[in-house]
Design a binder for this molecule. Structure first.
Ligand code: PHE
Length: 465
């Protein structure tokens, strides 16, 4: 083992094998895609698109992904690969002497905990649904029945907590296996399966009577529904989807091979992630319209409509169990990447073993996690400022912390690190063509990204009235 404490200070890159890394090009792609694809696609994307008016929202989301998300993703991965360290150490190492850019890494850790607190609870519902689906309990084509089943689940404080702890323990166990044997091995096997099942589901859903209405809803924009808060939500979703603004991509970048083409990988991950979201949308909305649900139902959409769709299908029970298993898997890849941020940081910076770092992270999640888990039961009436703790964690992370982290990363690369350093980092040990986009990306990050994010944030928070 390397000596974790000194690794970050030295300027010689730590040998990739000394601190664990992804072992193949496909492994890098699968793990990175595994981080991007998650509940964001299957739970957040459809419910936010539904609640914010469909196609117009989708278009703003696409723009935010391309203009803001992609350059930031490339920047984060490059920083990580160049420093081969966790976010705090990496920023400390690459920043000009005396400049406190490492604080961005600290903010990222906070964001990771906040997201994990509510994310783990939604994953808990997914795991509970797997169990229920296998037991045949959810299968009903009557929306009222599936709705009652969902409300019973989230309204029970004991099961909410137990499922959450189960999920957290499960993710912790995979992380203990390490970067290559845990994260990479699992995501490589499971991502292709997820695509296959979503395709199947989508094909079936498009034969339902509400399909035409659903496609119009998803693809024909109603411009009047786009307001400043909607734009902020769309941008927040772009950050959340691509796992940027908090150090996840930076940490994964530190496991990238030196010859990996970073912009190409980021673009592929973005495109594949978008496909998963669209497939999920096309699987869910036809059912929503066919069975008379409101597309704006919000977070419960997936848990109520999906069982109703499966109830109509031949072998619905098996397929539904498979669907929730795969959702659980998608969410697992994302949670692994969220937890890897504090685990890698505690391990490298403070010299804890990976096992201790994982345990400490899990312990630190118990209280904030419970705050979110109990938001639909014991704490249902505790809504400071009109939002439950669950909604606060979700809102603050996506709409405030991730965009603010994005501004920080853009400023760091655009002003402190510079185009030259970005070029060297993008090239790594690959051909010069890998660094072709360094100039335009550094320019965007210097001049466009920070004011654009700031404008969207301030507008969405109502600062301009
Ligand atoms: N991208 C993940 C999803 O869509 C969530 C995530 C956010 C993961 C931030 C890591 C960091 O579900």
């Amino acid at each position: 083992m390397s000596t974790p404490r000194s690794a970050g200070r030295s300027h010689a890159p730590v040998a990739a094998t000394a601190r664990g890394s992804f072992t193949s090009g496909f492994g890098v792609l699968a793990a990175t895609l595994g981080s991007a694809v998650g509940l964001g696609n299957i739970w957040k994307f459809p419910s936010l698109t539904g609640a914010n008016g469909g196609a117009g929202f989708l278009l703003v989301y696409l723009l935010a992904t391309l203009l803001i998300g992609l350059p930031l993703m490339v920047a984060e991965i490059s920083i990580g690969r160049q420093a081969r360290a966790n976010p705090i150490t990496a920023l400390r190492q690459l920043a000009p002497a005396g400049q406190p850019w490492w604080l961005l890494g600290v903010a990222g850790m906070l964001a990771a905990f906040l997201i994990l607190s509510f994310y783990s609870e939604v994953v808990a519902w997914v795991f509970a649904y797997v169990a229920k689906a296998l037991g045949g309990q959810l299968l009903s084509s009557d929306p009222a029945v599936t709705q009652a089943a969902f409300e019973a689940l989230i309204g029970d404080p004991v099961s909410a907590l137990l499922w959450q702890w189960g999920v957290l323990g499960f993710i912790g166990a995979i992380l203990l296996l390490g970067v290559a044997k845990g994260i990479e091995a699992l995501t490589k096997k499971l991502m292709p399966l997820l695509f296959l099942l979503l395709l199947l589901l989508c094909a079936y859903s498009l034969t339902l009577p509400g399909a035409a209405q659903a496609l119009a809803f998803l693809f024909l924009p109603e411009w009047h529904k786009i307001s400043a808060p909607v734009v902020l939500t769309a941008m927040g979703l772009a950050f959340f989807k691509l796992s940027i603004g908090m150090g996840t991509m930076l940490t994964y970048g530190s496991y990238f091979g030196a010859q990996q083409n970073i912009p190409a990988t980021a673009a592929r991950v973005m495109a594949a992630d978008l496909c998963v979201s669209l497939l999920a949308g096309m699987a869910i909305f036809p059912a929503v319209f066919s069975f008379g649900f409101a597309p704006s139902a919000g977070p419960s959409l997936v848990f109520i409509t999906i069982p109703a769709v499966f109830a109509q299908m031949p072998a619905g029970q098996v397929l539904m169990a498979a669907f929730f298993v795969l959702t659980a898997i998608a969410a697992t890849g994302a949670m692994l990447s969220l937890m890897e941020v504090p685990v890698a940081t505690l391990h490298e910076r403070w010299g804890l073993s990976r096992a201790r770092a994982t345990l400490l992270t899990l312990l630190a999640l118990v209280v904030p996690g419970a705050g979110c888990a109990l938001s639909q039961s014991t704490l249902a009436h505790f809504k400071p400022g009109g939002r439950s703790l669950f909604d606060w964690a979700d809102f603050l992370s996506s709409n405030l912390l991730l965009p603010a982290g994005g501004i920080g990363i853009a400023l760091f690369v655009g002003w402190a690190w510079g185009a030259q350093a970005l070029r060297a980092a993008l090239r790594g040990e690959g051909p010069p063509s890998h660094a072709r986009l360094a100039g335009p990306i550094a320019w965007l990050l210097r001049w466009v990204t920070p004011p654009l994010i700031l404008l969207v944030m301030l507008g969405g928070l109502g600062v301009f009235g």
